[in-house]
Design a protein around this ligand. Sequence first.
Ligand code: 5CU
Length: 375
Amino acid sequence: MASANLTVVDIHTHMYPPQYIKMLESRSAIPLVRKFPQAPEPRLILLESELADLDKAMNDSSAKPPGRPLTSHFASLDQKIRFMDTHRINISVISLANPWLDFVDSSQAGNLAETVNNEFSAMCGKHHGRLFFFGTLPLTAPLEVLQASISHLKDLEYCRGVILGTSGLGRGLDDPDLLPIFEAIAAANLTIFLHPHYGLPNNVWGPRASEYGHVLPLALGFPMETTIAVARMYLAGVFDQVRRLRMLLAHSGGTLPFLAGRIESCIFHDGQLVREGKVGKDRRTVWDVLKQQIYLDAVIYSEVGLKAAMDAGGSDRLMFGTDHPFFPPIASDEQGQWGSVSLNAEAVVKAVGQGSSEANAIMGSNAIRILRLEE
Ligand code: 5CU
């Protein structure tokens, strides 16, 4: 993808470093890594929607293996660099994949966050200028441990933000107890990369869910989760209370660009909010927040979604991503070109034209500016 005058930056690209995989291998509840006789590679089981398949495979060695294969793409730094070279990606901003440390016991979360963040930092140091990272927070730890973790990340040369799920301290991102954390992250000049994991309750997928693979939770559950989390933050006034807060939303903001108008309409037609004086003339709208405090990735696989993201936030706030190592090719060589990557790159070309200044911005220069990748 990169050409003489185009720098390609991938801001949505994950890894599980060795210590994290080791911890997953030792677990008996999801998330976990386990070997099954019917599969050549260990399986990575992450999502609640995979529990039924996990149960079946534990009791029946002919059942389909649950989760996804844990290939070298998830854990190997050499493989990450090889993937970048194959796809002509100049710079990657790597992050721990879901579900981060959300499930880790409070007493262990601080140490594990430090270990994982130091592992990411060391990986970036091995490829100076090609790798940066979003750090991981010990959200289950006591407040002072969490604050110390933000201070640690602030001082790491290659850290440019933190990756965060939607659960926060356990009550979602509109939890007032999170405000000092958002303040500290913003004060440290770190961008929050908001990423889904929990999706929607399993029962919304219906009794035939197992016939549909991972499609419903990933295509619909993930984006709705992000949309709901940000809408709750907006309604709680978090963006007004922490004006320096900057958030990069995964998957082009879920459905936020498409639904922002409807959210707005529901706000100013809501009797309760109007009576409580929450719909005043000076109110910053969802559209304002999208243009002032939110960035979107370009991981939406079609120019239709990409144009909505651009219309909502502006092409100067959109950044290319791959979601590597998720969505590998099913029928072709994993060391070759990934169709999931081409789809996102082609969507940019279809939306704004090959070689246009907007294309160059989305593919790389926005990320370089926003995430300070030349510092
Ligand atoms: O395939 C999946 O389950 C996932 C996942 O868990 N996380 C992610 O970022 N993309 C796809």
